[in-house]
Design a protein around this ligand. Structure first.
Ligand code: PFF
Length: 513
């Protein structure tokens, strides 16, 4: 059966697809802003340490489990450990739920690209008599549920058509063109952004430790535990870890490829693109906001507002050339969103495809991808229609609450809370417990050694990281997320460390001799 399974056309194709999954909205609106807010260069160092000691380790482990079993996420976990099969379910739940809002955000990018294109072709703002502003455009878009639904649908259709094309003919093909194109567009936008007067303030915000506080962007510096949580959460989301993506992509990988080297390339490329995205967006956003007289504390430099309000204003203020940069920029965002979304869709689809093939169905991919896309459309419609809580159907409205913790404020945050907030750190923490304590770190290392000799040094490093560093760091990340979403303060540490201790205890106590 394994021989009938899809596979990558080449290692480069695999790398482009994995980097495509990693490089997404998280790099563009998450990393640069979190870096600026959380200590600039200091944050970068912490991020890199986490990427090496935790991200790389999980990446190697996931690719190894995927390639060893040659199976999609649930069967793969079931094969290595029946006891931890539920991790496979977490790994399918999270990507499915992430798609609910990723598709809507992809839809927004599509709307903005179209808007700038229309502006470029017909000078629409001239027709309406006034220049389009990011704020007005965004708020009128959010209160137009039908428009948001249509563009979300279009985004899902694009992803579906790519994933239907298969691993090599769809996912790999798209990324092999999309990733280099994204890189080139990013360079164009960086050059424009850095040459705007005042952009140096943005660079200082991003890189100079403590500058965010001294220049008034934020009122007080976050403490080190918060920074660790922010950096850890960002790193995980950005590298598409604990989502089944790397297990699934690893399952299509040839036995001769070097898993450690591939993991390193993905981590390095993702970090470089995150930094480049920072150069592209933050200096321009800060310069333009300064020129408009906005105080640093009121500038929207992260999240949807950065992309769809602050940056649209940058393009609107660039004169005749603005819409052209707008088209380039939102196309870049769109490609980043598609390349990540197709990895999420592939994880969910591949599970059902493998099952259908095992039952003897011939080539079920197209049918299954259609069903998965329809299921995604249902949940995404809720997020699209909600318009970030603008239309009175947010969870807190439905519950009749006048104020609520973050996760109830809108459907996007609700979905994000359970997937990125809870399932991802929990999944990664328990992956460490499973490989480090239930199985044996050799499981992953043996798979790595099918193609590459592992030195004693890496073996020791890997073993310490997977047994101790990964679970403990992830417990802190989980606690940080609980604080953010539920606003429960220090209790979150007791809960997440409690979960870790319970799982550690049960695993060790019930481990077969
Ligand atoms: N890595 C993507 C980003 O940074 O936006 C998001 C993502 C894609 C997360 C795929 C998880 C995933 F499985």
């Amino acid at each position: 059966m394994e021989n009938n399974r899809s596979s990558w056309g080449s290692n480069l194709g695999f790398l482009m697809a994995a980097i495509g999954s990693a490089v997404g909205l998280g790099n563009i609106w998450g990393f640069p802003y979190k870096m600026g807010k959380s200590g600039g260069f200091t944050f970068l160092i912490i991020y890199l340490l986490l990427a090496i000691f935790v991200g790389m380790i999980i990446m190697v482990t996931e690719l190894a489990i995927g390639r060893k079993t040659g199976k999609s996420i649930i069967s793969a976990y079931n094969e290595v450990s029946k006891k931890f099969k539920f991790l496979g379910w977490l790994g399918i739940f999270a990507p499915f739920v992430i798609m609910s809002f990723y598709s809507v955000l992809g839809g927004y990018s599509l709307q903005y690209m179209s808007l700038n294109m229309a502006e470029l072709s017909f000078g629409l703002s001239g027709i309406f008599g006034s220049k389009i502003t990011g704020g007005d455009t965004f708020s009128s878009m959010l209160v137009n549920p039908f428009g948001c639904f249509v563009f979300t649908l279009l985004f899902i259709i694009i992803c579906m058509l790519i994933v239907r094309g298969g691993v090599e003919g769809g996912v790999e093909k798209f990324n092999k063109i999309g990733m280099p194109a994204l890189f080139v567009m990013l360079v164009v936008v960086i050059i424009r952004g850095l040459t705007l007067p005042g952009s140096v303030e943005g660079l200082k915000f991003m890189f100079v430790p403590g500058y965010a506080v001294s220049a008034g962007f934020i009122s007080e510096a976050p403490n080190i535990v918060t920074v660790l949580g922010t950096a850890g959460g960002q790193m995980f989301f950005s590298l598409s870890l604990a989502m089944g993506v790397m297990v699934t992509y690893g399952s299509y990988l040839d036995k001769k490829e070097n898993l450690i080297q591939n993991s390193a390339v993905i981590v390095i490329a993702d970090t470089i693109v995150a930094l480049m995205a920072g150069f592209a967006v933050i200096p321009a956003a800060v310069a333009n906001s300064m020129a408009a007289g906005i105080a640093p504390a009121d500038m929207a430099l992260g999240g949807p507002k950065l992309l769809f309000v602050t940056l649209q204003d940058v393009f609107s203020n660039m004169g005749a050339i603005g819409p052209l940069f707008g088209v380039i920029f939102y196309l870049l965002v769109l490609i980043a969103a598609i390349s990540s979304a197709i990895s999420l869709m592939e994880v969910v689809s591949s599970h059902f495809i493998d099952k259908a093939v095992a039952k003897g169905q011939k080539d079920p991919r197209k049918k299954i991808v259609l069903f998965v896309a329809l299921a995604i459309l249902v949940e995404a419609t809720l997020v699209a229609v909600d318009g970030l809580g603008s239309n009175g159907i947010a969870p807190m409205n439905l519950l009749g609450m006048s104020s609520a913790p973050t996760f109830l404020q809108d459907w996007l945050d609700f979905m994000d809370c359970w997937s990125e907030g809870m399932a991802m750190p929990l999944g990664a923490m328990l992956l460490g417990v499973m490989v480090g304590w239930e199985l044996n770190p050799r499981l992953a290392l043996d798979e790595v050694e099918v193609s590459t000799k592992v030195g004693k040094g890496f073996e020791t490093f890997y073993t310490i990281c997977i047994k101790f560093v990964v679970p403990i760091v992830m417990a802190f990340v989980l606690a940080g997320q609980m604080q953010d979403y539920f606003g429960i303060g220090a209790i979150s540490y007791i809960i997440s460390i409690g979960i870790l201790v319970v799982f550690w205890g049960i695993t060790i106590a019930t481990k077969k001799k």
